[in-house]
Design a protein. Structure first.
Length: 263
């Protein structure tokens, strides 16, 4: 059968278009790493999220090396945590679930884009090579406040990132001459050990202590404060560990004015 040259050209063009369409659909299905949610990451009772070992405390967890996990709970109309910070050069796996209705968890500019279904845990992994900021959006309509549901992922330089936490416990008032202490708990959220210096400044006094904390460990620090040296009056204090700081005021009063009062 003789096929006209013009018809041959159209047949070839049609075949090219068909192959192109198939290739485009195939890439869209598997290339970007986006998949329908499944139960590979497990299921969860939405009513017991707060007691779950992964979602009872949301946030960033260091697995070792440059690997991190981020546990996120979505609910109307917010993410917990709403702000996430990870270091550049890290590989981050997100685990996300919903407390109420179907949401989505979309990190703009990455391949992290999934439905967040109550009863299911979504799992996604992405590599962050350079510092920058990425918006987090919900693309599934979840009610009247849907348009306000957003978060922020910040990738910081590796040398600026840490998972150190500081909390303090100090009295508000103490009688002059009495012994008193300012206590602090320093927690290390990294798998690697932490060596740092804790500093307490109060009035004209300054106390320093070197502290070593194992990976995912914590240290309790107690600083004895000389109230005689401070003298009566209001004395501001500041407790510093790395870039973390807490402050308060200690009132030193005469014996007739009162006693030691804790916060």
């Amino acid at each position: 059968m003789n096929i006209h040259t013009y018809e041959k050209a159209w047949l070839v063009a049609a075949m090219i278009l068909i192959v192109g369409f198939i290739a485009t659909i195939t890439y869209g299905a598997v290339g970007p790493g986006i998949a329908m949610i499944d139960d590979d990451a497990g299921s969860i009772d939405p009513n017991e999220i707060s007691d779950h070992e992964r979602f009872g405390e949301t946030g960033v967890e260091h697995l070792g090396g440059n690997e991190y996990e981020v546990n996120v709970v979505a609910q109307a109309w917010a993410y917990s945590p709403s702000e996430i910070e990870v270091p550049a050069g890290s590989e981050v796996t997100f685990y996300v679930t919903s407390r109420d209705v179907t949401h989505s968890f979309t990190v703009v500019g990455t391949n992290v884009n999934t439905m967040v279904v109550p009863g299911q845990i979504s799992e996604m992994t992405v590599q962050f090579d350079e510092p920058g900021e990425y918006g987090i959006l919900c693309n599934e309509y979840c009610g009247e406040g849907h348009h306000t549901m957003e978060g922020l992922l910040t990738v910081v330089p590796e040398d600026e990132f840490d998972l150190t936490e500081l909390s303090t416990d100090a009295p508000r008032e103490v009688e002059v001459g009495n012994e008193t202490t300012i206590n602090a708990t320093v927690s290390n959220g990294m798998q690697d050990g932490l060596e740092t210096t804790a500093t307490l400044e109060i009035g004209e006094q300054q106390y320093e202590r070197d502290v070593t904390i194992d990976g995912e460990g914590s240290a309790e620090l107690t600083f004895d404060v000389d109230t005689d040296a401070l003298g009566e009056g209001e004395h501001d204090w500041t407790f510093t560990v790395d870039d973390h700081e807490e402050s308060g005021t200690l009132s030193v009063v005469s014996e007739t004015d009162g006693g030691d009062t804790n916060e």
